[in-house]
Design a protein around this ligand. Structure first.
Ligand code: NAD
Length: 466
């Protein structure tokens, strides 16, 4: 065991040893105080957070504030203000078989949790789950992504200054460190990242039977129907696809547009993109691609498409990690663009005649994290919604369901397991314990020995309940 490994094992052992004490000593007041400390920490470090995001991702200040800073503070504030209600035990109605007993659900902390975060919203996706985790009364080890080193170092420093290491600790590093952490018997693992690594995390959790929340990604489609407001669609698709240069789990991945409005939509998209990102790859309003490796991956996706017959409708250019908006058409199923999560500012456009073909194409893939529909025809929106499944549906908008904290946020199977945000996030880090208390249960009259009288009573009960 290396010294770093043994330091992590010591932190973990201390946290785990505190599980019992935290069940009683980490109550409403203490959890609120922890959330206040977390919010203060974020506010005090606003400038440093913006600078780290600029260093790691060239992220414009507006996007740093909107995505990482405000989303994190909103999650903390929401948890703090609802915590009293979320923590209260809930009484349940008796069933016929348990008449005479009172039942309630008590919400307990899971214990010691592991939060593994990705790089695309390095602060929000580490500290947002941490807010839910602390609200639920747990201790946590947080592992930020190694691909955003300035953000990772800042998270480590801020947390060390704010929390005792037996409550919250940050362990920095790459997949080797993540694998070492996954070998420890955590009570819950909250993972945000790719479906491929999600499988590795779930397999590791199976060894200790740790519960998991997997916030994954995938190919989220957007459908523009024949009755869509094209200006509205272009505004929201441009925002959704190119915010953070398309490096969001719920960015529209590809677009299906009804053949009758395709030309109009492409023209509206060109206008909107030109207005937002006039200089293409050189625009100061566009976030950079996180690493040379990911920039090369995007270039390879485009090259593969072009080789196999795809056409470029608009190219914002590429200069290393600066990649401008790209619109492409003529996409066929054998292209990587049609197969892999794009996670960058490339939007493949497919046109369709019949909505059945779009629904079939969506249902033939992994269930997406988000599905967006632009249309004014309520019946068509209802049909698409009814015949497909996804983590969430956005109607005449993109992305913003992420910030509606009264909605659960999560995927289905290939796009994730479990949910985050608000009450759903609190429950992800909680165990709902069933408590049933005997007041005047009549069941003992049916206890053995099974005399003729008891058997007659069982017969009666069977007639009544069977
Ligand atoms: P990733 O899966 O490569 O990495 C995520 C984290 O897992 C990092 O901290 C990384 O160090 C760690 N990791 C890497 N290999 C590992 C291994 N073998 N064992 C254990 N841990 C390992 O994902 P990424 O590239 O950082 O993020 C992009 C992906 O995340 C996309 O698929 C995106 O859709 C998804 N995502 C999902 C959400 C959501 O809320 N559902 C949010 C953001 C990103």
């Amino acid at each position: 065991m290396t010294s770093a490994q043994s330091a992590t094992a010591t932190i973990f052992a201390r946290m785990k040893a505190g599980n019992d004490a935290r069940r009683t000593s980490f109550g409403l007041a203490e959890r609120r105080a922890a959330l206040d400390r977390l919010a203060d920490m974020v506010r005090r470090n606003e400038t440093a957070i913006i600078a780290a995001l600029r260093a790691d991702l060239g992220r414009p200040e507006a996007e740093a504030v909107l995505m990482d800073y405000l989303n994190t503070l909103q999650e903390i504030r929401h948890a703090r203000s609802h915590l009293h209600r979320w923590m209260k035990p809930r009484r349940v109605w008796p069933t016929l078989a348990t008449l005479g007993a009172s039942g309630r659900i008590e919400v307990q902390p899971r214990g010691t949790c592991l939060i593994i975060a990705p790089w695309n919203l390095p602060f929000h996706l580490a500290l947002g789950p941490l807010a839910s985790c602390l609200a639920a009364g747990n201790a946590a080890i947080v592992k930020p992504s190694e691909l955003t080193p300035a953000s990772s170092a800042l998270i480590a420093r801020m947390i060390a200054e704010t929390f005792p290491p037996d409550l919250v600790a940050v362990v920095e590093g790459d997949k080797v460190v993540a694998e070492e952490l996954l070998a420890l018997p955590f009570d819950h693992i909250f993972f945000t990242g790719s479906p491929a690594v999600g499988r590795i995390v779930m397999a590791a959790a199976a060894r200790t039977l740790a519960s998991v929340t997997l916030e994954l990604g995938g190919k989220s489609p957007v459908i523009v129907g024949p009755d869509a407001d094209l200006k509205q669609a272009a505004d929201w698709i441009t925002f959704g696809k190119f915010l953070n240069a398309g490096q969001n789990c719920i960015s529209p991945d590809h677009l299906y547009v009804h053949v009758s409005v395709k030309e109009g939509l492409v023209a509206a998209l060109r206008n909107r993109i030109a207005r937002a990102y006039g200089n293409g790859e050189a625009s100061p309003h566009l976030t950079r691609i996180v690493s040379p490796g990911h920039a090369a991956r995007l270039a390879a996706l485009i090259a593969d498409g072009l080789d196999k017959g795809a056409r470029v409708l608009l190219s914002g250019g590429q200069d290393g990690q600066a990649v401008g908006p790209q619109l492409m058409e003529g996409i066929t199923p054998d292209m990587r663009l049609a197969q892999e999560e794009i996670f960058g500012p490339i939007l493949p456009i497919h046109s369709f005649d019949s909505i059945d073909s779009v629904i079939d194409a969506i249902n033939a893939r992994e269930k997406p994290l988000a599905l967006y529909v632009f249309d004014r025809d309520a019946a068509r929106i209802a049909e698409i919604t009814r015949r497909t499944t996804s983590g969430a549906v956005g109607v005449n908008l993109t992305l913003v369901h992420y910030s509606q904290l009264n909605l659960p946020f999560g995927g289905v199977n290939g796009s994730g397991i479990g949910a985050a945000h608000g009450h759903a996030g609190f429950l992800a880090f909680s165990h709902e314990r069933a408590v049933l208390r005997n007041r005047f249960l009549l069941l003992p009259i049916l206890f053995p020995p099974y005399t003729p009288r008891v058997l007659r009573l069982i017969g009666l009960v069977k007639r009544f309940l069977g």
